[in-house]
Write a protein that binds this ligand. Structure first.
Ligand SMILES: Nc1ncnc2c1ncn2[C@@H]1O[C@H](COP(=O)(O)OP(=O)(O)OP(=O)(O)O)[C@@H](O)[C@H]1O
Ligand SMILES: [Mg+2]
Length: 507
């Protein structure tokens, strides 16, 4: 049971945050409001009228729009085609043709009205994730909505894009629209929410007697003035440490050495520009930077997912250049990719199968001829409990798991074999506060047993919390290597490319 007698009321003109740990039932609840799933019991009222939504078409007709947690765009279509999809303007009767000019005009008009820049002619597959997210939002807004549901829209956005989106949400609410906003980032909740509903294991959490209970709250809602640590505790049902706890690093030998690395992006534009870096055993090197400054390409080059134009990559003095990704993994590298859907899981495989994607042809899981389902299932059960993966069973397909639980499958797999180097890109994307604490502790544990760790994150807090040294990346270059004790503002300036004279000389 994903939703167990949930009550939620959303008023006109409010931003209503929906919080809850991974698998709590947030997306399931919203999918019912959008007609993608039908409730077994209970009622949905719009303006006081009971409604039955058999499909999203019914929900759209009732003024409800939704931006999904995982993108629903067609990659080979243009932005305008994607936005038209499902509500095509047709000329020339029932056998007519798509009115592309009108379609494009509608897109531009919505985009300007809400200050969400999109290029109608761009192919979606060529857009960075932040831009794809804007397309999803523009798509929802072209259909006159009164209630807009945003399911983790900021998970893939940079802090600046997030701030822009929060401003758009505020201005929409000010015009009387209602917004349901799902996020795991409590900073965003504090910044924007008028009210909060917390759900846990399918039920609304009512903080009776709890100091978090707002005096004038309606049923099941919590005031945004609630302190962050109390919100976190309400979500996961226990106290959560929001700070990473660790002892000073004891760096040893050089494990990863990158020198003079040059890598191009998909468009042939230089993304990584003469990067040198070293990660030692027993330390965490964090890479800070605004997304899109070459971090992705750097990691992909190390992992053999992208060809380097020049330079050397060495793991314990052995060259990784020209190795396949499988060879890199087998050489003792763990890899948590930034995009779990693309590079982290096979959604149609079971949880158990996904947990052995790295070792399926090795004893005890199998050999070159066959798998050993018993060993695979047994190990899966252990991982599922150790990493608290919320799944009906280890035989469920990964695609049915909640977003954060899919992420935990990737982390569990990559951190379950002996490693020399761990590369974790956005390791806690879409993960709830409780699991963030757990994953951070695992990363520090990996460091403490002598693994070299490279962490890439667009969350500065995460980089500062985990890293022993921070490399700031800007336009494909490492601008500086700084201590995590450096004031945030100064790291922020470096991320924006503002460098001291000294750093400039080396450029
Ligand atoms: N189609 C399905 N088949 C089986 N189980 C499902 C299906 N859809 C959802 N579930 C289960 O329902 C529960 C709630 O999932 P849901 O996606 O609503 O969580 P969530 O609160 O959105 O979590 P997250 O923060 O990780 O996105 C999960 O345990 C999930 O595995
Ligand atoms: Mg969800």
């Amino acid at each position: 049971m994903a939703n167990d007698h949930i009550d939620i009321t959303v008023e006109p003109g409010e931003v209503h945050a929906l919080l809850g740990e991974n698998g709590a039932g947030k997306s399931t609840l919203m999918n019912q409001l959008y007609g993608l799933l039908q409730p077994d019991e209970g009622e949905i009222l719009v303006d006081g009228e009971p409604k039955v939504f058999r499909s999203p078409r019914d929900a759209i007709a009732a003024g409800i729009g939704m931006v999904h947690q995982h993108f629903m765009l067609v990659p080979v279509f243009t932005v305008a085609e994607n936005i038209a999809l499902g509500a095509e303007e047709v000329r020339g009767g029932p056998l007519g043709w798509l009115d592309r000019r009108r379609n494009k005009r509608d897109v531009l008009e919505t985009s300007q009205r809400y200050g969400l820049p999109v290029d109608p002619d761009a192919l979606v597959e060529n857009l960075p994730v932040g831009a794809q997210q804007r397309v999803e939002i523009v798509k929802a807004l072209t259909r006159d909505v009164d209630l807009l549901i945003l399911d983790e829209p900021t998970a893939v956005l940079t802090p600046q894009e997030t701030d822009e989106l929060l401003a758009v949400m505020r201005s929409l609410a000010d015009t009387g629209k209602s917004i349901v906003f799902i996020t795991h980032k409590l900073r965003e909740v504090k910044a924007i929410a008028d009210r909060i509903t917390v759900i846990r294991r399918g039920r609304t959490v009512v903080p009776s007697n709890h100091p978090a209970a707002a005096p004038n709250r309606t049923k099941g809602s919590v005031s945004p003035d609630t302190p962050t640590d109390e919100l976190a505790a309400l979500m996961v049902g226990r106290d959560v440490s929001l700070e990473v706890e660790k002892t000073p690093a004891e760096p040893g030998r050089e494990v990863l050495k990158v020198s003079g690395l040059i890598v191009d992006d998909d468009r042939g534009v230089r993304a990584v520009d003469h990067v040198d870096l070293v990660v030692r055993s027993g330390e965490v090197l964090g890479i800070a930077g605004v997304q899109g400054n070459g971090q992705t390409e750097l990691v992909e080059a190390i992992m053999g997912l992208r060809e380097a134009r020049a330079g050397a990559i060495e793991l314990e003095e052995k060259s990784l250049t020209g190795r396949t990704t499988k060879q890199v993994l087998r050489a003792g590298v763990g890899y948590v990719p930034e995009d779990r859907s693309l590079d982290g899981v096979v959604k149609d495989f079971t949880v158990a199968e996904n947990l052995v994607l790295d070792l399926y042809d090795r004893a005890p899981f199998g050999n070159s001829f066959a798998l050993n389902p018993k060993a695979i299932a047994e190990s899966a059960r252990e991982r599922v409990s150790q990493f608290d993966i919320r799944t009906p069973s280890s035989q469920s397909t990964v695609g049915t798991l909640s977003g954060g639980n899919q992420q935990k499958v990737v982390v569990a797999r990559e951190m379950s074999r002996p490693l020399k180097l761990l590369i974790a890109a956005q390791p806690t994307r879409g993960v709830d506060v409780g699991s963030i604490e757990f994953i951070h502790n695992q990363i520090i544990h990996e460091r403490d047993v002598g693994t070299a760790v490279l962490v890439v994150s667009s969350e500065l807090d995460e980089v500062v919390g985990l890293a022993d040294r921070i490399a700031v990346m800007y336009r494909g270059r490492i601008l500086a290597i700084v201590s995590p004790d450096m004031p945030r503002e100064e790291i922020g300036l470096l991320m924006a490319g503002v460098v001291t004279q000294e750093a400039e000389d080396t450029e």
